[in-house]
Write a protein that binds this ligand. Sequence first.
Ligand SMILES: *[C@@H]1O[C@H](CO)[C@@H](O)[C@H](O)[C@H]1NC(C)=O
Ligand SMILES: *[C@@H]1O[C@H](CO)[C@@H](O)[C@H](O)[C@H]1NC(C)=O
Ligand SMILES: *[C@@H]1O[C@H](CO)[C@@H](O)[C@H](O)[C@H]1NC(C)=O
Ligand SMILES: *[C@@H]1O[C@H](CO)[C@@H](O)[C@H](O)[C@H]1NC(C)=O
Ligand SMILES: *[C@@H]1O[C@H](CO)[C@@H](O)[C@H](O)[C@H]1NC(C)=O
Ligand SMILES: *[C@@H]1O[C@H](CO)[C@@H](O)[C@H](O)[C@H]1NC(C)=O
Ligand SMILES: *[C@@H]1O[C@H](CO)[C@@H](O)[C@H](O)[C@H]1NC(C)=O
Ligand SMILES: *[C@@H]1O[C@H](CO)[C@@H](O)[C@H](O)[C@H]1NC(C)=O
Length: 777
Amino acid sequence: MKMGFYFYIVCCFLIFFSKASTTIDTISRSESLTDGKTLVSNGGSFALGFFSPDTSNSNNRYLGIWYHNDPNQTVVWVANRINPINGSTGVLKIESSGKIVLQVQNTTAVWSTNSTVSVEDPVLQLLDSGNLVLRDGNDINPENHLWQSFDYPSDTMLPGMKIGVDLRTSFDRRLSAWKNWDDPSPGDLTYGVELEGSPEMVLMKGLEKYYLTGLWIGSGFSGVRDVRSNPIFDYDFVWNETEIYFTFSLKSKSLMSRVVLNQTESVRKRYTWNPESQTWELFSMRPSDYCDRYGLCGPNGNCDYNKLPVCQCLTGFRPKWPKRWNTSEYSGGCIHIKPLNCQTGDEFITIRRVKSPAITNPWVHKTMNLKECKAECSRNCSCMAYSNLDVTGGDGSGCAMWFGDLVDIKQFQSDSDGMDLYIRVSASETELKKKAKVKLAIILAPVIAALLGLLLVVCYIRGTRRKLEDEVEDKNLEDKENKDENEDMELAVFEFDTIIQATDTFSFRNKLGEGGFGPVYKGTLANGQEIAVKRLSKSSGQGLNEFKNEVKLIAKLQHRNLVRLLGCCIHGEERMLVYEYMPNGSLDSFIFDQTRREELTWYFGMARTFGGDQTEANTNKIVGTYGYMAPEYAIDGLFSVKSDVFSFGIVLLEVISGRKNRGFYHANQSGNLIEHIWRLWTEGKPSDAAYEFLAETGDVPELLRSIHISLLCVQQHPEERPSMSSVVLMLGSHNELPSPKQPGFLFYNKPFEAYPSPDNNESSSRNEISLSTFEAR
Ligand SMILES: *[C@@H]1O[C@H](CO)[C@@H](O)[C@H](O)[C@H]1NC(C)=O
Ligand SMILES: *[C@@H]1O[C@H](CO)[C@@H](O)[C@H](O)[C@H]1NC(C)=O
Ligand SMILES: *[C@@H]1O[C@H](CO)[C@@H](O)[C@H](O)[C@H]1NC(C)=O
Ligand SMILES: *[C@@H]1O[C@H](CO)[C@@H](O)[C@H](O)[C@H]1NC(C)=O
Ligand SMILES: *[C@@H]1O[C@H](CO)[C@@H](O)[C@H](O)[C@H]1NC(C)=O
Ligand SMILES: *[C@@H]1O[C@H](CO)[C@@H](O)[C@H](O)[C@H]1NC(C)=O
Ligand SMILES: *[C@@H]1O[C@H](CO)[C@@H](O)[C@H](O)[C@H]1NC(C)=O
Ligand SMILES: *[C@@H]1O[C@H](CO)[C@@H](O)[C@H](O)[C@H]1NC(C)=O
């Protein structure tokens, strides 16, 4: 009996095993593959067989390759894209000529390969990479492929595929989107390398360039944010005498990632497989934002997502058609303000951190250095710009030159993105640049005023309510700021050695984070004082005096609720800012964090850290950030003192609700934070606006009063908002307050999120937009 049982088990096992081993990955000449049968690659990753994109509605059958383990059988390759088979009558065979033929029973071929090498023992094999290959069974080298599906990609790029051109044969491998979700025939959206273009990838819509990645600059494409640190895939761009192609590989065999084009959305998307949820997750999308659209700002325009309007003329240029430019019609682009004069001498100015302009018929030189590149460009009067071709390895190498208009430039913020471009301008342009600096200082004044407003609330919330003494002091500070711009401040200048010792030579362990303008390190001075050192990028191109002036400007913003700037350090090209160290980071890292915020009560013991920017570049961008901008400013560009009051109102609402105005989501309501709070207000339950913990632990009448005041601050019309000094009075007293009218709801997201902005792993980061910052660059 027992023996019998074991026998039964063993039999079952054998049957199971023999069944499992019947999955095959090859067919030879005498065999064929009919509809209903599949080949499964050796490792079980991919399957080849017949499928219908839309099983319910049509008889159309296609031969394709799909992920074997994906329950949705995501198709990655289709043979007969334009010739579907009507019904399940398709047969795949290998002919003696070495051709792979897909036919309808014994009749017409709907698809075949062009290979004409006749071999005695042809073998068709589905590899575990998803590549379907034809090889000679007698060839001992399994890498010798007579034909491979990777050379004829459909809409999907798999690891190991090369998308690009073989220069010897002009053989072009490019992706082309499915026409529709139920029609695999090629749409007009394609992705590949343009032969008459520069070394970069191009998304084409028909014959039009739609999105360019920007030049390959060694570490990546100049128009794409660096994602090399991702845990899933690596990528490379090969560009030599024989080939130009893009390829990617997985960091581990167990991972899955694919790039796919979508005709309907006109995008190239990258998905990665999430084994836990068993779903594909969107990793990145191109174009990823408004500025990615090819040539959006016209010739010599620079698309800057953080500016209003997004299209700016390059330095030294002005709109060709100013009226149209003012109505967001940018196609005319920009022209030189001062005509060039090659003979008497033009100059080159640096445009930092941009995506390279598009080049057709590029002039590129791989070994020239930047100096030689400049000399070469200066010599030729039609050379409008130059740059390094490879920015990796310290000084960079190679030379690219642009002739004619500069098109498709996009501005990046972070030092790790984009490249530096040197553009030709009239020698007199440098004068203009200096004026622009002065202008910046004028723009900064309201920013500072608003920041001072911001810290008033913090004072209030702390419960110290030292009444107006402090505020008067602040006011004085503000006035002082506005009046004596030129008065010298005492500011420590630290020795470079001191900084080196304090930060242990910028040791990785001491790195606190990376802001928009460079990494920040923690350090300890010899006297035990802890500091935070912001290391600005080396090649900021900023003059010494400009830097010092900006530092002085920041230094004037001293208040106990703002992180204190202790001084600066200048060493060769390096510029560093030294701040006092804030062990707990910035307030926003508390109030927008579900758990951390409970560490703070209404009395906000930690409030002094608000405004600290040692770990976040964004905290000091509050005022120019869309979520905080007053409607008249965001829409019409009109700015007044009352615009700051609006921003202040938003900050106060955010502090109370623990939610961001921008990126506000509520389960069953649309709209933004103001709208949400206004709704609660009109429904007579304003205290629901405060996040639970705060409502429980706080002083409810004070909370309600703060909400009331915030609503007054965010009124649509500037004249209906109180002045900042009235706000101070209101916060500090119990006088009756006027009733708020409906505030200015602003749907900040709309015009700018026609393209979802999250790209890659930045999706979790902030996507606020800053207009102007007071930070030294
Ligand atoms: C497909 O075959 C079915 C039945 O064989 C036939 O009724 C139908 O007309 C065919 N469709 C096309 C598009 O040829
Ligand atoms: C296809 O051809 C083979 C051999 O010539 C024959 O045995 C088979 O019946 C044919 N099938 C059809 C559907 O005509
Ligand atoms: C075979 O060659 C023709 C003409 O060169 C081409 O249009 C077709 O795409 C090729 N077929 C395959 C499967 O490569
Ligand atoms: C393209 O995207 C749309 C919208 O997300 C989707 O419905 C469609 O299935 C996609 N098309 C393809 C071919 O994947
Ligand atoms: C071009 O690069 C590819 C990939 O690295 C390499 O196989 C090929 O030999 C290179 N060709 C030349 C001429 O260097
Ligand atoms: C399969 O398709 C369904 C419905 O479209 C979708 O919800 C699910 O996420 C898909 N699964 C995978 C693995 O893509
Ligand atoms: C465009 O707008 C700017 C700023 O509002 C203004 O100074 C300029 O005069 C306008 N130009 C035209 C032609 O309307
Ligand atoms: C400048 O460069 C362009 C493009 O390479 C070339 O056609 C032209 O002849 C050059 N002009 C001079 C004066 O060298």
